[in-house]
Design a protein around this ligand. Structure first.
Ligand code: HXC
Ligand code: NAP
Length: 293
């Protein structure tokens, strides 16, 4: 047994209908595949219908499950409502909204145009808000007994991060929405949780955040105490648990899955890891000598 293995029992999501925004690529695709393997019917949405159709076909062949590709730019509320209606028409209900779609690039903030900043805020914060509001209104109006929102944020949602300021600002808003609605909408049977992934290699993120030879210069694995990047199945295992009924008492939580990366950056003395083992005897002697004076 290792971390690349599948965690939940067969058919753990058998009666679930799940919408994954940005489900045509990267982590959204990996989570969709596992949800399908566990028996869920999944609608994947993004701007690129051709990509979605190819992904749906590929995953249906691989898993024997059902995947519905739906074009929807999450920035536009009318498109989100149409995507919800198309899902309901095809599957008769929807149980889970997974807000995974995102946009991001690295840039010094002063170089950003107002439109560049807006673009990221619109995809990440406004897009998650659009989907959450449309699905929430539907669940409340239809008196659905239970439903779940799962938001993919990042660890810099609470620390902030230089050079990705629009993304950090937007993800912080999504985290605030997660926690706020966990309380407000619990009375309607709607749970809200989030996952904060550390580095998980995907083409979408790596091309934009580590362009050119940056990927070689900044080896992400070196920043992680566990000395490796994440495996997509690890994230899929966590996501499947959080959208399943096994996590029915989890609400308002943000689960970090980053090998300890953000804490390594936070602890004041974590840099002392650079001190070789053999030097500690010498340092201890120096400290004790001071004490005895
Ligand atoms: C400065 C930039 C820029 C850059 C775009 N812009 N790229 N400014 N530096 N590198 C500006 C443009 O000039 C324009 O402003 C505005 O942003 C909108 O650009 P468009 O290309 O017209 O936008 P659009 O076609 O909507 O594309 C959106 C996008 C793109 C975000 C720019 O990268 C995209 O589609 N991304 C989707 C996938 C993605 O980003 N995945 C990564 C998620 S990773 P002007 O003023 O000129 O009009 C992630 C991981 C976090 O979130 C943590 C990892 C460890
Ligand atoms: P990705 O493959 O680029 O995924 C982003 C997805 O969002 C794409 O499928 C894209 O599809 C979709 N999207 C972008 N703009 C959209 C819009 N306006 N409307 C609808 N869909 C849109 O990158 P990823 O690494 O898998 O990222 C997935 C999630 O994980 C994101 O929320 C990201 O912030 C988060 N995350 C990733 C990492 C990591 O290391 N990979 C770390 C922390 C957090 P289209 O282009 O077809 O629209």
């Amino acid at each position: 047994m290792d971390f690349t293995k599948k965690m939940l029992r067969d058919n753990a999501l058998a009666d679930k209908v799940i919408v994954v925004t940005g489900g045509g690529s990267g982590l959204g695709k990996a989570m969709t595949k596992y949800f399908m393997e566990l028996g869920a019917k999944v609608a994947i949405t993004s701007r690129d219908l051709e990509k979605l159709k190819n992904t749906a076909k590929e995953l249906e062949t691989e898993t024997g499950g059902i995947c519905l590709p739906l074009q929807c730019d999450v920035r536009h509320y009318d498109q989100v409502e149409a995507m919800l209606q198309a899902t309901l028409k095809e599957f008769g209900k929807v149980d889970v909204l997974l807000n995974n779609a995102a946009g991001n690039f690295i840039a010094p903030t002063e170089r950003l145009s107002a439109n560049a900043f807006d673009t990221i805020i619109d995809i990440v914060l406004k897009g998650s808000k659009n989907c959450t509001l449309a699905f929430g209104k539907h669940w409340i109006d239809s008196k659905q007994e239970s439903s779940t929102i799962l938001n993919i944020v990042t660890t810099y949602a609470w620390t902030g991060s230089a050079y990705v300021v629009p993304s950090a600002t937007a993800k912080a808003g999504v985290l605030a929405m997660t926690r706020s609605l966990a309380v407000e909408w619990a009375k309607y049977g709607i749970r809200s949780n989030a996952i904060a992934p550390g580095p998980f290699p995907t083409k979408g993120a790596w091309d934009r955040l580590l362009p050119g030879d940056l990927a070689e210069k900044f080896d992400m694995a070196k920043k992680v105490p566990l000395k490796r990047v994440g495996d997509h199945q690890e994230l899929a295992n966590l996501a499947a648990y959080l959208v399943s009924d096994f996590s029915a008492y989890m609400n308002g939580e943000v689960v970090t899955i980053d090998g300890g990366e953000w804490l390594k950056g936070a602890g004041q003395f974590n840099l002392l890891e650079a001190i070789p083992e053999e030097m500690w005897d010498h340092l201890e002697a120096l400290i004790k000598a001071k004490k005895n004076k």
